[in-house]
Design a binder for this molecule. Structure first.
Ligand code: MIC
Ligand code: SF4
Length: 649
């Protein structure tokens, strides 16, 4: 049997373990990226590990999330990031240069390389043929220090694309179809690998829309081959030298193959409140729309905004709609200006935003109460926009622009227009003027790092206790996201101040959680979170583990976990347990006292344990699927503690 593309990239990068699906693989990381909302903690941990220069081929720090800057905190973080990058050998993309994933695709991504990023949409790089994964900041800090990244060797599902998209149907509709087929649950430990003649009909930014939003399925990553289209894209970016050809063997051994005939697709929308609730746009047509937001790392490319501009040309935005357009990068904005599309957007009444995450992360442009907002981004979790009762629909740029004109959800095929097919420019206007370079290694010793008052040291956990004398602090349902655990939006300015950010743990579900957790901790209990399926979906933010740890949480018992969050829990000394019998979930109530005596030797030697519910006088079994390495991390009270112990500091 031939090799998948995933195997072809991973084999030469394997430095420890095995690539047999389900086993642990340690892979060498060629490139890392961070963004400012996760980056400050990642670099604070990098410093705490005593690391000096990065050991990767390329490490870059992007400033793209917290650019609204209400108060001094974010600007202080940005200054810290700039100093740390200069000192430790890291490139820095300044605020205004664009969203990390879009800029990386344009300027730095290289087919065949591995990349780890402290952002769950790092798989965007798969559109260029990279093996690119999201992780918590601590894992990225370790990779910057040259350590392998450990993951469960994935099973590979082949997604066979045939044919060509019909006019008005977009790459966004392809990934929405994938979400409809696979849902947001049950895909942990899987890679989606795209192949087939349909691949050659999609440009690199279109492929990147698909790999970007694969994150919503919970897969490890998604990857496209590197072919002639990739070569032409790199040429247009003045980077032809970075191209190599890469594809799976014709007889590649996929775990399963799913075929999508592109011409059979139609415009789709993810309806509130999950990217997996996919319906046809036609079935929703007529619904009144209050806001349309075009941009984000999913659909912020030149092609995306040019298509929207062409639909809006010589029209005016409907009087009931507020249209926000946030270009994915400065390069996109400059080229839209060069080619006249920006003028069309402005003339139509679009509100042009900064090239940044902006509306997508809910720190600006929140819609009105009970508003309907159509967005080209990737997440529509409840409250994500900053408005708790708004309804978010995720759509293509074609569908978004159609609604901006009509004021209602409209299948763009019903606009009665000729489809504006956008050709990718043969050459983009490119410049790296907003990229800062690190100091020469010989000159970095005396460089000072400025730290504002909001920036504290990264907290270190305590060794795992000998016995769990725990209290169930909260019981949550299925698909609780990291946005529920650790809200973003206006709260993001506390990302580098853990004690303050911890005041908002579970704010959207139960704002009394932090005070109850602190009280339980002061009474001598370890905090326990009880959860349903796919706990920790969404963002890679390690704060969803770090802040609960700060409040004394030591165990989460769930029906299942998402990959990045489960790894983050272990990294911060919290034991992720899975119910052996899911019906035991029903018997636990918040406030129950849950005991596990002798837990240290259980973590060291077993794979399951018995929890005694002291309040209900009953027992239940829970399992944990941990590697040897993870057991040591947990016992040490977290990865930072373990590395420090090994180094003897
Ligand atoms: C997101 O889209 O949720 C974010 C904000 O980009 C996060 C990272 C973060 O929480 O800082 C992600 O996707 O990992
Ligand atoms: Fe930024 Fe949104 Fe992309 Fe996250 S999903 S990186 S917030 S644009």
């Amino acid at each position: 049997m031939g090799l998948t593309l995933t195997e072809k990239i991973l084999r030469p990068h394997l430095v420890d373990g095995s690539l047999v699906p389900g086993e642990e693989a340690g892979i060498k990381i060629d490139q890392t990226l961070t963004q400012d909302a996760t980056g400050t903690m990642a670099y604070l941990q990098f410093e705490a590990l005593g690391l000096l220069r990065v050991a990767t081929e390329l490490s870059i720090s992007y400033i793209d999330h917290n650019t609204v800057q209400i108060g001094f905190e974010n600007a202080d973080d940005h200054r810290y990031l700039q100093d740390v990058a200069r000192k430790h050998g890291i490139l820095l993309s300044r605020a205004g240069n664009g969203i990390c994933h879009q800029v990386h695709l344009e300027r730095f991504g290289v087919p065949g390389k591995t990349m780890l990023g402290s952002d769950s949409h790092t798989p965007t790089g798969g559109g260029l043929g990279m093996f690119a994964l999201g992780a918590g900041g601590l894992d990225v800090a370790l990779a910057m220090g040259g350590q392998p990244f450990y993951l469960t060797a994935p099973r590979v599902i082949g997604i066979h694309l045939t044919g060509r998209l019909s006019p008005w149907v977009a790459a966004k509709d392809v990934i929405l179809e994938v979400l409809r087929l696979f849902s947001t649950k049950g895909n942990v430990g899987t890679v989606f690998e795209y192949f087939g003649d349909g691949v050659g009909t999609l440009s690199v930014p279109e492929r990147a829309t698909i790999t970007n939003m694969g994150a919503e399925c919970g897969v490890t990553t998604s990857v496209f081959p590197s072919d002639d289209i990739t070569r032409r894209f790199l040429e247009s970016e003045d980077r032809a030298h970075d191209w190599i050809e890469l594809a799976a063997d014709d007889d590649a051994d996929y775990d399963r193959v799913v075929t999508i005939e592109l011409s059979s697709l139609e415009p789709l929308a993810a309806t509130p409140h999950s990217p997996g609730n996919v319906k046809t746009v036609r079935s929703l047509s007529g619904l009144h729309v209050d806001q349309v937001c075009i941009g984000s790392c999913t659909n912020g490319s030149y092609r995306d905004l040019a298509v929207a501009a062409s639909i809006l040309k010589d029209r005016i935005v409907h009087e009931d709609v507020s249209l926000i357009v946030a270009p994915g990068s400065r390069q996109v904005l400059e080229n839209l200006a060069r080619d006249g599309y920006l003028t069309d957007l402005i003339a139509a009444g679009a509100r042009i935003d900064e090239c940044a995450c902006g509306f997508c992360i809910g720190n600006s442009r929140s819609p009105g109460s009970k508003a309907v907002s159509l967005r080209t981004s990737n997440r529509n979790f409840k409250g994500r926009s900053g408005t708790p009762d708004a309804d978010l629909y995720l759509v293509s740029c074609e569908t978004a622009a159609a609604a901006a004109v009509t004021g209602r959800i409209t299948d763009p095929r019903d606009l009665g227009m000729t489809f504006p097919r956008i050709e990718m420019p043969a050459a983009f206007r490119v410049d790296n003027g907003m990229i800062l370079h690190p100091a020469d290694p010989d000159d970095d010793a005396g460089l000072k790092i400025r730290r504002g008052p909001n920036i504290g040291p990264p907290p270190t956990g305590e060794s795992f206790p000998g016995n769990i004398n725990g209290k169930a602090l909260i019981k949550v349902g299925d698909q609780v996201t990291t946005d529920h655990i650790m809200p973003a939006g206006a709260r993001m300015k506390y990302r580098s101040n853990i004690p303050r950010y911890a005041d908002f743990v579970f704010e959207p579900i139960d704002p009394s959680f932090p005070s109850r957790a602190r009280a339980a901790r002061d009474e001598g209990f370890q905090g326990i979170i009880v959860a349903g399926l796919s706990y920790g979906q969404g963002s890679s933010r390690e704060h969803a583990a770090l802040c609960p740890m700060h409040l004394g949480v030591r165990v989460v018992i769930a029906k299942s976990f998402e990959r990045i969050h489960a790894a983050n829990l272990v990294n911060f000394g919290i034991l992720p347990l899975v119910f052996v019998d899911e019906t035991d979930y029903d018997a636990i109530e918040p406030g129950d006292l849950l005991d596990v005596p002798g837990i240290r030797s259980i973590i060291a030697n077993e794979e399951a344990l018995t929890v005694h519910n002291r309040t209900k006088e009953m027992n239940f079994r829970a399992g944990f699927n941990l590697t040897e390495r993870q057991r040591w991390i947990l016992l040490a009270g977290g990865a930072l503690n373990l590395v420090r112990k090994k180094k003897g500091n």
